[in-house]
Design a protein around this ligand. Structure first.
Ligand SMILES: [Fe+2]
Length: 311
């Protein structure tokens, strides 16, 4: 039964324990989005079809040339999904609320519920995206700067979440991510898996973990549809300012910053330092040039791919 957004709660079975775990440990919650009318097969197909070029990345991961970018131009939503299900590709549709305000309303409903469960929880710079990925797609070991959650809508995947501490990740690495804007390529060793919390998630599962905790994802052998949600809180914003300031001190001034206080004089001097310097050419992260699309999806071809410019 489709749900009437705005009436039925999205989270099911929230407990007091969930409120105390939130942000402090990896956790699994249950939700109803896989049954929501905005995530019916038809709604997902309509959303994909004609998704604005500037708001999606289509990436092929199986090619010999490594990762390549492509386009979905001219395909129906059903054809895009058919091609992804036989290919080695994923499409990341960013900024759902900007593209379709109904998803913005849904995002606001989710945050209202979270605030209802946790009265201190206040967020801003909220984002929502939809990731449709081929069977066996992988997301490599990485860490994110905003608060993050992952919502499973279709299919199944295995998610490894690692402690937010050395040797899994250290402050210098998080600073590098903040200054460079590159989330992947952080050092990973297979022995880390012994300390990971491992979740096999299915439609109706949502995962959340502590800020900056490294994670990686392996799809099971099936098409996956997942929603990603991110946000900042005042604490996360302050932690980010400290990260940027410490990154400047370490990488540009050769100092070894130790403190990560988010209040007091040390915090405020770092807040000023990063604000003064973060947008200068000396510090500003190089924006990665957009890769030229090399293929388009085509469900009639093996692997669901047609080369662009191949005639
Ligand atoms: Fe992530």
């Amino acid at each position: 039964m489709p749900l009437d957004a705005g009436r039925e709660p999205i989270f099911t079975g929230w407990s007091a324990r969930d409120s105390s775990l939130w942000g402090n440990a990896p956790m699994r919650l249950r939700h109803r989005l896989h049954e929501h009318e905005l995530f019916s097969n038809g709604a997902i197909e309509r959303l994909v079809e004609g998704y604005p070029r500037e708001h999606y990345n289509l990436v092929q991961w199986g090619s010999q040339a490594g990762w390549r970018e492509g386009e979905i131009e001219g395909l129906s939503g059903a054809d895009v999904i058919r091609a992804i299900s036989v290919g080695r590709v994923w499409i990341n549709m960013r900024n759902l609320p900007l593209v379709d305000s109904r998803y913005g309303d849904l995002m606001n409903q989710i945050f209202e519920e979270l605030e209802g469960h946790m009265p201190e929880f206040r967020t801003f710079t909220r984002k929502l995206g939809l990731l449709i990925s081929s069977p066996l797609s992988r997301t490599h070991y990485h860490a994110d700067l905003p608060g993050q959650s992952l919502w499973q809508i279709r299919g199944a995947k295995r998610v490894y979440v690692y402690p937010r501490m050395a040797p899994f990740i250290d402050d210098a690495t998080i600073e590098k991510i903040a200054l460079s804007g590159v989330e992947v390529d952080i050092p990973y060793d297979p022995s880390f898996d012994q300390k990971a919390e491992v979740f096999d998630i299915e439609p109706g599962d949502m995962l959340h973990w502590q800020l900056n905790a490294p994670h990686r994802v392996d799809n099971h052998d099936c098409l996956n549809v997942s929603m990603t949600m991110e946000y900042f809180t005042e604490d996360i914003r302050r932690a980010h300012m400290v990260t940027v300031a410490n990154g400047i001190l370490r990488s540009k001034l050769g100092l070894a910053p130790k403190g990560r206080a988010t209040t007091g004089a040390a915090f405020w001097s770092k807040a000023l330092l990063q604000r003064a310097l973060r947008d200068t050419p000396w510090v500003r992260r190089e924006s990665r040039p957009r890769r030229k699309p090399e293929f388009r999806l085509d469900p009639s071809r093996p692997g669901g791919i047609a080369e662009l410019g191949a005639g």
